[in-house]
Design a protein around this ligand. Structure first.
Ligand code: TRP
Length: 333
């Protein structure tokens, strides 16, 4: 809870790639609804990003592009706090303290660490190992109640809770116990090429994933090539993962129920439907892309957003850090 009694939401965004319509439908669109009720912090976690090698120019560009994409999707930078993790030193500071309250064994068991060590065997650095304590610091600094993340991150939320519990147990109530906040089912968008799998930007087949910043021709082409079954009726059903997914997308974008979508396409074939889904997605992305281009062209405006965000984040997180420093026995500055 924040000092005004509002519940706090925190999420970290790795500046490692492009957002796709799965993010838009499954997360961003819903987050707009949260901005009035909750105090929301969204941090571009560039310090986490360097646990694997990054091209410096790319990292800088992507960090800015991420903020612009979030704002372009309709998240109000006045109501939400957007900031870049490396701009707010309390993260590294609390991260160190939490390192001293996290066990080697706990960190060794993290599946993301095991996966990434296997993938980057030539660079198993200490930052990769302590990634979860920095993430715990991100979350705990803001007395966060809810953390919107994908399922792959639940183990990280668990360890953040374990660390918070341990610290609270030793020193008394210091950190709010955070909870993962996973969006309702149904909004989970699947790959257009392999609709049994989640849509993912790291799919080898570029046609599997529609990016928020794809141009209209690309969007239309990807939907026309979407894999479907050999049937012909636009109806949901078992074994019809492709059509089910397209109906989900159409319904999420238009706000129609799946039944209404089926009724609208009664008697029409898969081809017409794919074109219609593509057109709806194009028209939903058009204003987002326009706003994105405007933001990226006006560096001052974007800079004002992340500078103000960093100030707000620093002020909120410093309260927690001060408390922690006092509890562990550091001398007041
Ligand atoms: N580990 C998260 C991911 O890979 C990113 C992240 C860093 C994060 N710090 C966070 C997410 C704090 C939520 C809260 O997606």
């Amino acid at each position: 809870m924040n000092k005004d009694g509002k519940k706090v939401i925190f999420s970290g965004i790795k500046p490692s790639g492009d957002l796709h319509i799965g993010h838009f439908i499954g997360a961003l669109k819903n987050w707009k609804a949260l901005q009035d009720e909750y105090e929301c912090y969204y941090s571009v976690v560039d310090m986490h990003a360097i646990t694997v090698r990054q091209d410096p120019a790319q990292l800088r560009k992507r960090s800015l592009s991420m903020i612009a994409q979030y704002v372009a999707c309709g998240l109000d930078p006045q109501k939400n706090t957007f900031f870049i993790q490396s701009h707010v030193p309390t993260h590294a500071e609390l991260g160190w303290v939490l390192d001293c309250y996290t066990m080697f064994g706990e960190l060794s068991r993290m599946t993301q660490f095991k996966d990434k060590s296997a993938k980057h065997a030539d660079n198993i650095n200490a930052g990769l190992f302590t990634y979860p304590t920095l993430m715990a610091a991100d979350i705990l600094l803001y007395q966060t109640d809810l953390v919107p993340v994908g399922e792959d991150q639940t183990q990280h939320i668990e360890i953040a809770r374990d660390i918070a519990n341990r610290f609270n147990g030793i020193y008394g109530e210091t950190f709010t116990m955070p909870q993962a906040y996973t969006p309702k089912v149904g909004a989970r968008i699947k790959s257009l090429q392999n609709p049994a799998e989640k849509m993912s930007k790291s799919d080898e087949n570029a046609n599997a994933c529609v990016l928020i910043l794809d141009d209209p021709d690309t969007i239309m082409r990807k939907f026309r090539r979407a894999v479907t079954d050999s049937g012909s009726e636009v109806r949901r059903g078992e074994g019809k993962d492709g059509i089910n997914n397209l109906i989900t997308i159409y319904s999420a974008i238009t706000g129609l129920t799946p039944e209404q979508v089926e009724a609208e396409f009664e008697g029409k074939g898969y081809g017409d439907f794919k074109t219609a889904v593509g057109e709806q997605v194009c028209s939903a992305m058009r204003p987002v892309q326009e706003e994105y281009r405007r933001l990226m062209a006006s560096k001052d405006f974007l800079q004002a957003i992340y500078k103000e965000g960093a100030q707000r984040a620093l002020s909120a997180s410093s309260r927690t850090l001060r408390k922690v420093y006092r509890k562990v026995g550091f001398v007041d500055r």
